[in-house]
Design a protein around this ligand. Sequence first.
Ligand code: G1P
Ligand code: ZN
Length: 585
Amino acid sequence: MQIRMVATTPFTDQKPGTSGLRKRVQAFRQPHYLENFVQSIFDTIAAPKGSVLVLGGDGRHYNREAIQIILKMAAANGFGQVLVGKGGILSTPAASCVIRKYRTYGGIILSASHNPGGPDGDFGIKYNTANGGPAPEKITEAIYAASMRIVQYRIADAPDVALDALGDSRLGDMTVSVIDPVDDYAELMESLFDFAAIRALLSGGFRIRFDAMHAVTGPYAREIFVNRLGAPADSVINAEPLEDFGGGHPDPNLTYAHELVEALYGDDAPDFGAASDGDGDRNMILGRHFFVTPSDSLAILAANAHRVPGYKQGLAGIARSMPTSAAVDRVAAALNIPCYETPTGWKFFGNLMDAGKVTLCGEESFGTGSNHIREKDGLWAVLFWLNILAVRRQPVEAMTRRCEASGAGMASSHPLPQTAGFASNVSRDVEAIVREHWARFGRNVYSRHDYEGIPADAANGVMKRLHDRFAELQACPEQGRGGAQFGHLQVRRCDDFSYTDPVDGSVSQGQGIRILFVDGSRIVFRLSGTGTEGATLRIYLESFEPDVSKHHLDAQEALATLISIALEISELRQRTGRERPTVIT
Ligand code: G1P
Ligand code: ZN
């Protein structure tokens, strides 16, 4: 095998964002663009000769071509073996699972997550370390630095590798092992959840619908829900992965997963609905006519973890990203375990999990996960919910049988018997579980407003304006002045969130502007780090409602005052010309 050294010059825009390097497909297609970045990864990680690498992606446009290039570069850079998903497919959580299971040196994941795909869509690449998680900032910064001084890359002159049949082949001195992308992952799921209980739930008339959004989770969902758990085949929709996601936007939220949302809010709605994103790490959970916010979902998983085999032994701690609602903090307090607040992005959870400090973690952006891998995990969250629903249903059925046996009868619409202990808080549907949770812990009313594709100057102007107003907004005890007053809400403090990693002491600054109010409400402003066009400004809004009689309120209604304060102090409308958000979640 001939190894070519190709002379190149740096591109100046290869700085990884929240989750790796994301650009338009056309950008990646420029001569040397992908190669430069991959060589910068290899130069930075300096893997010993013969190391093993995992490689796969979400199947979007350019996935296969990129895999061929990376395989040839891995061979030229001295790797001994690459485990690549059949057809070039590996969901992000499955890649993390495979890196950990086979103790590889690391892995490269090709995905732009929830961004649209196709020739005019986005592509992305990120490096994950041996723990299975996204490379920490120290490494991504070093990759960027390497990309700024690169002068050449190494690539093997070899024919393309066949990716569609399982088994090993050689690429020079390197072995390419094409693996089943689903098997290892499905096995891990079986080890964590009570599949027998979920099977019983699904065979007992409980109807689910999972929307794979023509993205990577289709084959995973079919294998797990249909083959292993016995759900009817039509429970999984849009299950065929397509290079352009069927023209859709593979982001599981109320706006983009509208087909699923319409079904769950329709007349003959299934009991449970869920969706995942382009690369399978996000999840959206729906009940019949009911949406579970990701922040609530994290809190509910934490509060019910003891019902699930993989987590019966208890949780070491919980972590959430700063903009995620504090609902889970209340559960952590009740469980008497620590709760960590990290910057946005999954890479900050890795250290905490590696150090054994946290078991569950999550973000408001439809990301939930645990220490079973080092990525967020969409199908895992769905299975966690199904396991909780299955376990909570069991005593009801047992009771029904007892009632029937004694001739008492019990119609399904009959109110649940309020007996002591476990059975008293049994509920069979998603909405009831959420409402019970709010009744017990109070409700953290939450919403995120995204303004997508605004000019970078305008977005930066909004952030700067907010910064400049800190002194005027917050209390100044020296001057005997309280914080600015907006109706019944008074500002307590403003800051730009900064995080010191409790494990390695590294500091991450500028992670989002927080306007914190005396009553615990807050507004957070952040610029997205995953977009590829213009800027996306995110506004996160949160207040706390302990009063059960107000828990039925729509979040937008309950947060109306905070929303208008956010618009006023940021001058967002004047500065961007936008009248309303692009997406509300
Ligand atoms: C977004 C989400 C963030 C998530 C990331 C990757 O990043 O907000 O929580 O970790 O995607 O899925 P952002 O675009 O806000 O930087
Ligand atoms: Zn994703």
